[in-house]
Ligand binder design. Structure first.
Ligand SMILES: [Fe+2]
Length: 174
């Protein structure tokens, strides 16, 4: 089966629709960090980069009266749940392997515990921890990392480079 690439994932209309809210810059940057961490932790870089790229696609309602209300947002936040569902649906539509889609979706669901009534520390798998860490590296106070800009063409170029690096690793494992 041919690999579903990061560029395939990025170009899909579902991704385009939902990644705008949390920011393309953040998504692509976290995917890059996830690749580096995956190599270090001996985690599948294909799963890690896909989960990282999609980890915030569940974000919604950033603004209130033209301004983003962080407190209000945190109170009602279920972005990881929505993101996990969207990521799964998207990957299945792209023809992704069902087990990969499930693993990626779970890593999206558990990339943060900020919306949960308990902590996940020490309970994540290596893949889930890689995605959490990759996100943390790019985080800025008050969610400012979501406002950094990146052109779609630059994002595609960077993801294409990342795809090539992932494929080199996957080829080596065969
Ligand atoms: Fe994030």
């Amino acid at each position: 089966m041919q690999r579903v690439t990061l560029v395939d994932v990025f170009k899909h209309r579902i991704t385009q629709k939902y990644l705008q809210r949390s920011g393309i810059h953040h998504a692509v940057t976290v995917a890059g960090h996830a690749f580096d961490l995956a190599l270090k932790e001996k985690v599948d870089p294909d799963l890690a980069t896909k989960a990282a790229l999609l980890h915030d696609m569940g974000h919604y309602e950033w603004y209130r009266d033209g301004k983003w209300d962080y407190e209000e947002y945190r109170k009602h936040d279920i972005h990881a749940i929505k993101g996990a569902e969207r990521a799964h649906k998207l990957l299945i539509r792209l023809g992704e392997d069902r087990l990969v889609a499930k693993e990626v979706s779970l890593a999206v669901l558990l990339h943060t515990d900020s919306y949960l009534p308990f902590e996940l520390e020490g309970k994540r798998t290596k893949l889930q921890e890689v995605v959490r860490k990759a996100d943390e590296i790019d985080e800025q106070p008050l969610g400012m990392h979501h406002y950094k800009k990146m052109d779609k063409s630059v994002a595609i170029q960077l993801l294409n480079e990342l795809d090539q690096k992932v494929e080199v690793i996957l080829d080596d494992q065969v």
